[in-house]
Write a protein that binds this ligand. Structure first.
Ligand code: SAM
Length: 287
């Protein structure tokens, strides 16, 4: 890192409640030379609420390619820059990640004042398993790609977190119902940290039915329950119900595997132990 360069400070800001700004975020915003913001109007409001006056420069999805190098030049000249996004943590589903990468490549120190992330708050409040989760962020707009991602979640055992805009939430839920079935539970986490904060945990089909009565309003995070490891095992076993263990092992041997390898693979495919498959195979053969 070059000590003559300025530092890039990634500053998390509230996702709806100004009281969630941190002391370090305020100190950093006061101390830097310039604030790069996804939306300068929004950032201006935030700064003036806390009586901070700083020059603002816009940095968003459609100007990031030109604006990134301008910000890097300022940092190289020794200016300290704070990056804020519309809400929450820059770099999470917004263009922050690109400037962080650029700065690191240039040997500029990047540090952060951490704070709210809508997806983390949602998974914590969802009432679903928080021990393992996957952050899918926004699904792609292209129908085929969306479908592929949803398909890939059929066997996902981890809790899945999605961002979604209110005008697409009904169609996304309907696609999920079609592909994953309506019985999986999902927490819709709405207006987090705001007056109308609401966490609604029910099945996908119940959500779809609810939206027939009441239009979506505000910002949402969708938290989808993973399938249990037990049902995954049961599904695996059920997929082989029509074929006996002996037929299964011999099919694999016919494909070129040794008996040992075939038993190992059959055990894996049926979600059983090698011992169990070996014993059944020997017993069925004798019979
Ligand atoms: N960088 C932000 C963060 O740290 O969470 C996320 C930005 S992303 C462009 C905006 C999405 O985050 C929204 O469409 C919504 O899914 C989610 N979101 C942001 N604020 C929220 C809130 N207060 N309540 C629920 N969802 C929110």
């Amino acid at each position: 890192m070059n000590s003559e360069y300025g530092k890039l400070y990634i500053v998390a800001t509230p996702i709806g409640n100004l009281g969630d700004i941190t002391i370090r975020a305020l100190e950093t915003l006061k101390s830097v030379d310039i604030v790069a913001a996804e939306d300068t109007r929004q950032a201006g409001k935030l700064l003036s609420h806390f009586e901070i006056k700083k020059p603002l420069i816009s940095y968003f999805e459609h100007n990031k390619a030109q604006r990134g190098p301008v910000i890097i030049e300022k940092l190289r000249n020794g200016e300290n820059v704070a990056l804020v996004s519309d809400a929450g943590t820059p770099g999470i589903s917004d263009p922050g990640a690109d400037i962080i990468k650029l700065a690191r490549e240039e040997g500029i120190t990047v540090t952060m004042t951490p704070g709210p992330v809508a997806g983390i708050m949602a998974v914590v409040l969802s009432g679903l398993d928080t021990s393992r989760f996957v952050f899918e962020a926004f699904l792609p707009e292209e129908k085929k790609k969306r479908k592929e991602i949803i398909e890939s979640l059929k066997k996902e055992t981890r809790t899945c977190v999605f961002y979604e805009s209110p005008h697409r939430i009904i169609s996304t839920l309907s696609e999920m119902e079609e592909i994953l079935g309506g019985e999986r539970r999902m927490a819709l986490c709405r207006e987090l940290t705001k007056v109308h904060e609401e966490i609604d945990l029910k099945t996908i089909e119940e959500h779809v039915a609810m939206f027939r009565e009441k239009a979506p309003r505000g910002e949402y995070v969708m938290v989808l329950e993973g399938i249990s490891r037990e049902s995954l095992e049961e599904e695996k076993k059920a997929a082989w119900d029509d074929i006996s263990v002996t037929e299964h092992v011999e099919k694999l041997i016919a494909e070129g595997l040794s008996k040992k390898e075939a038993i190992k693979k059959a055990a894996l495919e049926r979600g059983s132990s090698r011992n169990e498959i070996y014993n059944l195979y020997e017993k069925e053969k004798k019979a």
